[in-house]
Design a protein. Structure first.
Length: 195
């Protein structure tokens, strides 16, 4: 990957991150409004059908972390140390479509240039799988916080922590793929030395 392509990708990620962090309260409020509106109109049904599968995966992750939990459809029940139940509803808006959208936007900037088709495919597969896993871990973290620290910390993490996690993931992802997958060819190295 050429140096100017790396710089363009870094600037795109930095600008997107700054914009998201500045608009975080507005984005969260608008997200909540859209979720409520979509639920009332029934627009969420296609994506909501994915949620029960994600809920079962989250319960499995919670089990690995030692948190007692169960899933029923779009609901997750977690148990705190005293044995009290906390029920969480996962809507279509919580499954992480926003992070997949940001990943897709970063592909347009990060995969410009003359990378091999195999390298591009690796980057896309790793990016999508990593983002999906991050979303599962994010939902599991919200449920674990609900069971251990209570509703307010879980709500704060849900509203703000998830965005920060996605930004951190995108920076780490692009750093890793630029270093180990989208390496510069020998001719690119000679071109950089000459300039």
């Amino acid at each position: 990957m050429k140096r100017r392509d790396r710089d363009a990708l870094s600037m795109t990620l930095l600008a997107t991150s700054c914009g998201l962090l500045m608009l975080l309260p507005l984005v969260t409020t608008f997200d909540d409004f859209l979720t409520t509106w979509a639920l009332q109109l029934g627009v969420d049904n296609p994506l909501q059908s994915i949620v029960p599968v994600e809920a079962r995966m989250v319960v499995s992750l919670l089990g690995l972390a030692g948190v007692r939990a169960a899933a029923s459809g779009s609901h997750i029940v977690v148990f705190d140390a005293a044995g009290a139940m906390h029920t969480l509803f996962i809507s279509w808006n919580c499954i992480g479509w926003q992070s997949l959208l940001l990943l897709g936007v970063s592909f347009f900037s990060g995969l410009r240039g003359e990378q091999a088709m195999g390298s591009r495919a690796q980057v896309i597969v790793i990016g999508v799988c990593g983002t999906l896993l991050l979303n599962l871990l994010r939902v599991a973290a919200v449920a674990a916080l609900e069971a251990t620290w209570g509703h307010l910390p879980a709500l704060i993490f849900h509203d703000y922590g998830g965005t920060i996690l996605v930004i951190g993931w995108l920076f780490a992802f692009w750093f890793a793929v630029q270093r180990w997958i989208l390496t510069a060819s020998a001719s690119d190295d000679l071109e950089m030395v000459a300039s």
